[in-house]
Design a protein around this ligand. Structure first.
Ligand SMILES: Cc1cc2nc3c(=O)[nH]c(=O)nc-3n(C[C@H](O)[C@H](O)[C@H](O)COP(=O)(O)OP(=O)(O)OC[C@H]3O[C@@H](n4cnc5c(N)ncnc54)[C@H](O)[C@@H]3O)c2cc1C
Length: 464
């Protein structure tokens, strides 16, 4: 049994703590934000202050891999989520995947269920409103981390410290303070400006769909709808941050007008009434960090998990799944904690590169094309077409191909890998033929309508 300190009690910090405690370790989680006030999901959604998680009120989908990991590691927590109105998506993942389930929830509702579980877990001590300020370490060519310091000056000993501070992790500074450095820090800004608004279904209405992604891709923007818990849903999307019309989405009425003008989004607007203002967020990027310099650890007794290790532009909606999967990979190697922390770091980095690395690389590749396409779309260029076979599966799904749809959903939910699916000869041939034949279309809601004559901005507009 080892003592573990987790800096950051967001989704991944809390699942990491739960999974480690259930393998017999003592875990202290320190999170800068306060605990949620106990109560009904709507109260939580409205009142839980998450300064440390700026995306907290943005739309989240919880992929099949999240359901699989929770079912394997903490089935009781999964049950408690379902009992509180968190929904299950209606995917048909196909034969062999009957048990897989993707969850539908507003993020604060999902996260509060995890926090509740952590507070009840005997091996976990979760301390809210405590900010970690840095690391305590024994100096050396490879410094050995032996604990954390809080902003209030408290020192906490640990056999292993895990940074789960999310995309704002200050690991580079913490490492510099103990005489080492972060050797790998790949960063790709994504040029996107996100917007999101939450709604409740009208009394007689049902969700137009529960299988993400649902919505429209236009040449200049991405527009998505997601069913959530307790008869709520979220409409969201992104424009290039160079788009002069992006600030118009600050206006709730204009936001709804744009959504109504999009054929894939209109049924959603008609099915509900708003329960929030429009949320905006910029600074979107992909980032991958590693504590291995080539094959050599730069620090001992310290790990990065979740967004602190790897975060992706949210268009695929996979960050929580990547982090929960990585937390499970750590838990499965947790017999090494305090006994051989360097070997543990090697093992975890190797797993991350092998399992999550290809997904990160694909996101970077897709985003590179997307950044250019959305910018060109502002000037009237056509909609972005799929450029690889995995994206072709998504497009074939849109054309009503059930085989492609199931394969796409399995990949998208992190249940299988593109290479495994495309080893199927029939699917491979279909996607290859599709890529060769696909015409470049204008997409719905042509730019001139969006800009001038259509419902969105027929009056004056606010430009960024
Ligand atoms: C706009 C947007 C939409 C997204 N949509 C999706 C989606 O649909 N599906 C999906 O799977 N993922 C989505 N993501 C990604 C997802 O939000 C992250 O992958 C996920 O939150 C990572 O969890 P985490 O625990 O690593 O980090 P976080 O959830 O960011 O948690 C970090 C925690 O650390 C705390 N903290 C920070 N610094 C300190 C400190 N010094 N001391 C103590 N505590 C500290 C913070 O308060 C916070 O509680 C989205 C991201 C964005 C930006």
């Amino acid at each position: 049994m080892a003592d573990v300190a987790v800096a950051g009690g967001g989704i991944v910090g809390v699942v990491t703590a739960l999974f480690l405690a259930r393998r017999g370790h003592r875990v202290v989680v320190l999170d800068a934000d306060p605990d949620p006030v106990e109560g009904e999901p709507d109260g939580l959604f409205e009142c839980w202050s998450r300064a440390g998680v700026p995306q907290s009120l943005h739309c989240h989908v919880f992929r099949g891999r999240v359901g699989t990991v929770l079912r394997q590691e903490a089935p009781d927590v999964l049950e408690s989520m379902l009992a509180r109105g968190i929904g299950v998506a209606g995917y048909d993942f196909g034969e062999g995947f009957e048990d897989a389930l993707a969850l539908l929830s507003r993020r604060p509702v999902f996260e509060a269920a995890l926090r509740r579980a952590a507070h009840q877990e005997p091996g976990v001590e979760l301390r809210a409103a405590v900010r970690v300020a840095g690391l305590d370490a024994v100096p050396g060519s490879v410094p050995r981390v032996v604990g954390v310091r809080t902003r209030d000056g408290e020192r906490l000993h640990a056999d292993l410290v895990i940074d789960c501070c999310g995309r704002r992790s200050t690991t580079p500074r913490w490492l510099a303070e103990i005489g080492t450095r972060l050797p790998v820090d790949h960063y790709q800004p994504c040029d996107l400006h996100y917007f999101a608004r939450h709604y409740r279904l009208l009394p007689d209405a049902g969700f137009p769909g529960t299988c993400f992604p649902d919505g429209n891709l236009t040449p200049y923007g991405i527009f998505l709808a997601m069913a959530q818990d307790n008869r709520t849903f979220c409409l969201a999307g992104g424009l290039s941050k160079t788009d002069p019309y992006r600030s118009a989405f600050r206006d709730d009425a204009k936001f709804d007008q744009v959504m109504t003008a999009l054929p894939g989004m209109a049924p959603w607007v008609q099915a509900g009434e708003p329960i929030s203002d429009v949320q905006l967020m910029g600074g979107i990027a992909n980032r991958r960090r590693s504590l291995l310099d080539a094959d050599t650890p730069v620090v001992d007794g310290y790990l990065l998990i979740g967004d602190a290790s790897m975060y992706t532009n949210a268009t695929f909606g996979q960050g929580v799944a990547l982090g929960c999967w990585q937390a499970q990979a750590l838990a499965r190697r947790s017999h090494l904690i305090g006994k051989d922390n360097r070997h543990l770091l090697h093992e975890l980095e190797a797993w991350t590169s092998r399992t999550l690395g290809p997904r990160y690389a694909r996101q970077v590749h897709v985003d590179e094309a997307m950044i250019h396409t959305l910018r060109a779309g502002i000037d009237g260029a056509p909609v972005m077409n799929p450029s690889d076979q995995a994206s072709a599966l998504a497009a074939l799904r849109g054309h009503g191909d059930p085989l492609a749809a199931a394969a796409f959903h399995r990949i998208d939910n992190l249940l299988t890998e593109p290479g495994d699916e495309l080893a199927d000869q029939q699917l491979n041939e279909r996607t290859t033929a599709f890529l060769a034949s696909i015409p470049a279309g204008p997409g719905p809601l042509p730019r001139p309508t969006f800009e001038v004559s259509g419902p969105p901005f027929s009056g004056h507009m606010i430009c960024g």
